[in-house]
Design a protein around this ligand. Structure first.
Ligand code: FO1
Length: 322
């Protein structure tokens, strides 16, 4: 497919929502012009293996190998190994697929040999034929910790084992003060012609990226338009616990808290048509707003939403120039 030159695009990304937007952006932007900065605060170690769920979801989607229905893992994968582990009484609530295991085995071996996560991710992208520049947010260890009435939970314990049922009292990113952005992260923000914030959970996917030292400052300094896609449609996310987290933290789920969480950084917001009643309030916050059907069930819808983001970025740029 021929892709127009729209300049350098940098996308801040979490898991499935980001992957769906990226499938569209990758159809419109040359891979050499596209950089994705991926959340790694969901990473965890299972059975001695380092799992980077959001990196996996982005790489599997961009290589066309993802399971679009489930939203994670590889299409057609089987789960014999993890089921066999269960027969010994081993923990198997986090479902590592048989072929998916290769990704975590390779990553773990490379990390153990002293290679940074950014280099390992680049090698995995090459192995899967992904030409887009996929950067984990940091080579350091950052962990999202959910404080709940059940105690402190790692993000995967909260999301997968406890099915996002516990009330969220607060969210912490352990290690965020000492972790540095991975090589290329700040430059990708500074040198971008457009920065996109994907429709990912603002607390646990985008929050950790913004929490890394220098990232917010780089975004504030950026001359490029910064445009987000709201992860909520009529107050509900397509997947994940963003709405429950908002309620637990005393917010009413809508594009308004999303805009507030990104305030000082954002120039434009794409929201779903179901949320058009919020356009006025968002514009009052100084944002340019576009409305469209943001549910990206098909590649064609992903491309349409990506087009909407690019066009909103153009209108922000035009307004800044006038
Ligand atoms: N999500 C689930 O809901 N259940 C699982 O068993 C599960 C396994 C899994 C294995 C590898 C991987 O890369 C992702 C996996 N995910 C699973 C997805 C993951 O928990 C979350 O969707 C992300 O952390 C949120 O972005």
């Amino acid at each position: 497919m021929k892709r127009a030159r729209v300049g350098k695009v940098t996308v801040l990304a979490g898991g499935v929502g980001a992957a769906r937007l990226l499938r569209g952006v990758a159809a419109l932007v040359r891979p050499s012009d596209l950089t994705v900065i991926v959340n790694t605060a969901d990473d965890d170690v299972f059975h001695g293996l380092h799992v980077s769920p959001d990196v996996d979801t982005i790489l599997y989607t961009l290589s066309g190998l993802a399971d679009p229905g489930r939203g994670w893992g590889l299409l057609g994968d089987t789960f014999h190994a993890i089921d066999a582990l269960g027969r010994y009484g081993g923990d198997n609530w986090f479902r590592l697929g048989d072929r998916d295991l290769a990704t975590h085995l390779f990553r773990t071996e490379e990390l153990r040999a002293g290679r940074p996560l950014s280099a390992v991710t680049a090698a995995q992208a090459r192995g899967l034929g992904v030409k887009v520049n996929v950067l984990p947010m940091s080579d350091g260890r950052v962990r999202t910790i959910i404080d709940s009435p059940q105690g402190r939970l790692s993000f995967q314990e909260y999301l997968v084992r406890e099915r996002a049922r516990p009330t969220v009292r607060s969210i912490r990113y352990e290690g965020i003060r000492t972790a540095k952005p991975a090589p290329g992260v700040l430059a990708a923000v500074e040198q971008a012609d457009i920065v996109m914030i994907a429709p990912s959970n603002p607390f646990v996917s985008i929050g950790p990226i913004l929490g890394l030292s220098g990232v917010r400052a780089a975004l504030r300094r950026a001359t490029a338009p910064v445009v987000a896609v709201s992860p909520l449609i009529g107050g509900r996310p397509v997947k994940g616990p963003a709405d429950r987290m908002m309620r637990s933290l005393g917010m009413k789920p809508s594009p308004l808290p999303v805009a507030d969480l990104y305030k000082d950084l954002l120039d434009g917001l794409v929201i779903d048509t179901a949320d058009r009643s919020f356009v006025r309030a968002l514009e009052k916050r100084g944002l340019r707003v576009a409305t469209t059907n943001t549910l990206m069930k098909t590649p064609a819808r992903s491309t349409a939403v990506a087009r909407e983001v690019l066009s909103l970025a153009d209108s922000v740029r035009a307004a800044l120039a006038s």
